[in-house]
Design a protein around this ligand. Structure first.
Ligand code: ZN
Ligand code: ZN
Length: 248
């Protein structure tokens, strides 16, 4: 089976600390793949049980909480080699992830860490995006990140992607926000989608999932959905989706 089952456990950026007046709420950003691989895990993570593996993008508290991961008792945690030692000292069964090197996650699924355009304030730490491949179905997960760097682009290569989940911290009404230097606005995402399509790196019908939305930079879910068009999908907590191999 070359299909990836996604469940967006959390779709919020770091400024989500309490529900809005209308009751809407987003947990910190986390994605579950095939019911067993967890990408990021902050203190409010909703996953129940023991994941087969946890992949961490970076150490910001809306993506990473060592205590919460310890509770889940995963067999293996992947963090970039630049800061993996910190997670080891926090008691996690860490393996060092390296940019450009595939991680075998079993069941035909593998992940390649890519350099993300994002920093944590700790100079030695390199944030990661991940390219997933399941028997030829390719899915790019990039949050937190801004523009795709040349190094990451080279690692992604020329084989077209079947889907992307992208940092959408900045909603359509706030494009000139200062966070563009290490996050993505919808306007930036659209430029990247267009150029990737034009160069044959993204399939024409590939869905682009918007996640990691900032509370202060987006309206409610209903209005958000009205503001974007295909291929964008405004994610919400608990949303499930399938990534299937798209015709080119
Ligand atoms: Zn974040
Ligand atoms: Zn971050």
């Amino acid at each position: 089976m070359n299909m990836l089952k996604l469940k967006f456990l959390g779709t919020g950026a770091a400024d989500w600390t309490q529900p809005e007046a209308n009751g809407e709420f987003r947990r910190y950003t986390s994605l579950l793949i095939d019911g067993r691989i967890l990408v990021d895990c902050a203190k409010d993570n909703a996953f129940e049980g023991t994941p087969g593996a946890v992949l961490i993008t970076h150490s910001h508290s809306d993506h990473y909480c060592a205590e919460r991961i310890v509770q889940m008792q995963p067999k293996i945690v992947w963090a970039h080699e630049s800061w993996a030692q910190d997670t080891l000292e926090a008691g996690l069964p860490v393996q060092k992830a390296r940019f450009g090197e595939w991680i075998d996650l079993g069941g035909g699924l593998r992940a390649m860490p890519l350099p993300a355009n994002h920093s944590t304030g700790r100079e030695y730490e390199q944030a990661s995006s991940y390219l997933f491949d399941k028997d030829g179905t390719r899915f790019l997960y990039m949050t937190d990140s801004a523009w795709i760097s040349r190094a990451a682009s080279n690692l992604i290569g020329n084989t077209p992607l079947d889907a992307i989940a992208i940092d959408a911290t900045i909603g359509p009404e706030f494009s000139d926000d200062w966070r563009v230097f290490e996050h993505t606005s919808v306007e930036m995402a659209l430029i990247m989608v267009r150029s990737m399509r034009k160069s044959g790196r993204l399939k024409e019908d590939a869905p682009v999932f918007l996640t990691h939305m900032a509370r202060k930079l987006w309206p409610d879910q209903k209005r958000a959905e009205q503001m974007v068009e295909k291929p964008f999908i405004v994610c919400y907590d608990g949303m499930e989706a399938l990534v299937t191999k798209q015709e080119s």
